[in-house]
Design a protein around this ligand. Sequence first.
Ligand SMILES: [Zn+2]
Length: 296
Amino acid sequence: MRWRGDRQSTNVEDRSGSSGRSVGKMATGGGLGAIVIAIIVFLISGGDLGSVTNTLGGGITPASYETENVQSTEYQEQKEFAAVVFAHLEDYWNEEFSEMNESYQNPNLVLFTDSVNSACGQATSQVGPFYCPGDENVYLDLSFADELSQKYGATGDYAMAYVIAHEVGHHVQNELGITSQLNKIRQQVSETEYNKYSVRLELQADYLAGCFSKYLAGETHDGQPILEAGDIEEAITAANAIGDDTLQKEYQGYVVPDSFTHGTSQQRINWFNRGYKYGDLEHGDTFKEKDLDLAS
Ligand SMILES: [Zn+2]
């Protein structure tokens, strides 16, 4: 993706310096007390967080804590990249909503390391990037880029752009009132039944990331297309890697379709591609579509 020097969103809040960066430091400095507190925090927030936030998928993987300097050039670059992607997303969704004569409130991007407090509770990097409808923030630990490339083989800057676009897709769903409708349904149905709605919500966020990608494909940076060869493939590789079936096969060796919350790898790819093809809201009603595989 061509992005250097482009406008960076001002709706970015960097909280990455506020928490301890190194787990090793915490274990030696905080001792057992810190570990006990960490477990309690996990027990309190762990169950609830999943029920109110919209994650990306991949939450069942163990976190990879790394000790790196938050001020490193690499970090600054990742941050600038995220801020540029976020700015493009602002441009795109403001334009789309104004065409529908609807108002649109920009979300914020909160960068953090290791753990963060949100209106949806405390979260660790383990849950992956997520959107909290309660405060309309997208939460992102930039080290997720390393996880994407090292653990999931999803390399390239556009893999991360897809991730951010997916989370902003959840904000768009919130703005459209879809999220609140689903929260009502959630209170009326069983967990297994709700999982089916969750899959549709997630696939729609993938669709919206595809729509954004179509928009970017038509935009230029210094007279050249913003999207470079291979960018869309990078997004598709990421979508493939974080499909429920792929993750379950990898981490538990078998697949439980009833427990799917984000859709299979193929479904995620298909809905991203569909968004990239149509770039409109009409073709993105995952709640209407009977066949989520889009086979027909
Ligand atoms: Zn999601």
